[in-house]
Design a protein around this ligand. Sequence first.
Ligand SMILES: Nc1ncnc2c1ncn2[C@@H]1O[C@H](COP(=O)(O)OP(=O)(O)OP(=O)(O)O)[C@@H](O)[C@H]1O
Ligand SMILES: Nc1nc2c(c(=O)[nH]1)N=C(CO)CN2
Length: 164
Amino acid sequence: MVEREAVLSFGANLGDRAATIERAMLLLERMDGIRVRAKSDLWESPAWKPDSVGDAPDYVNTIVIIGTTLSPDELLQAANALEDAFGRTRSERYGDRTLDVDIIAFEGVQQTTERLTLPHPLAHTRQFVLQPWVELQPDAQLAGHGSVAELAEYADGDVWRYRP
Ligand SMILES: Nc1ncnc2c1ncn2[C@@H]1O[C@H](COP(=O)(O)OP(=O)(O)OP(=O)(O)O)[C@@H](O)[C@H]1O
Ligand SMILES: Nc1nc2c(c(=O)[nH]1)N=C(CO)CN2
């Protein structure tokens, strides 16, 4: 079966954030139909919320490029399974969390359904997605928005390399 490329974002702002992300990536590597091609460094950023930054703990974020034979819906199920494995409860949108896994982009797919929007509708605005992605793929393009490097130049928000 032909592999397609997908871009995943991992974020955590509760508990041992870096350890959670490292362990989640190990689980990801063992999932059927998923082959990890590249992982960014860990980056840190203030918690983004639609209304304000507030005093929520900072996030650790990373981007992972995978090759997958899964469909977009199957990949979303895999992402949700990873979140569940790390105790994530989905009660509050944009709330603090032990693990958030978003699908940022999926090769050849642009869709808006109730369950899954691709590319992720806020990816082009999120520095914590754009910077780690540029680190891995300086020439990356985000469908509908263009060069990820250019988006990263103009997006608001701070992001810095995580130091334990
Ligand atoms: N590209 C996508 N990646 C992950 N989930 C998505 C995507 N598009 C739509 N969703 C849907 O969004 C729902 C809510 O996801 P979640 O609670 O993780 O949102 P959030 O992480 O708080 O916000 P955001 O997705 O903006 O970071 C999921 O159950 C999923 O069905
Ligand atoms: N910095 C940062 N902020 C966020 C993140 C994230 O991964 N990083 N994920 C969220 C999920 O809704 C909400 N806010």
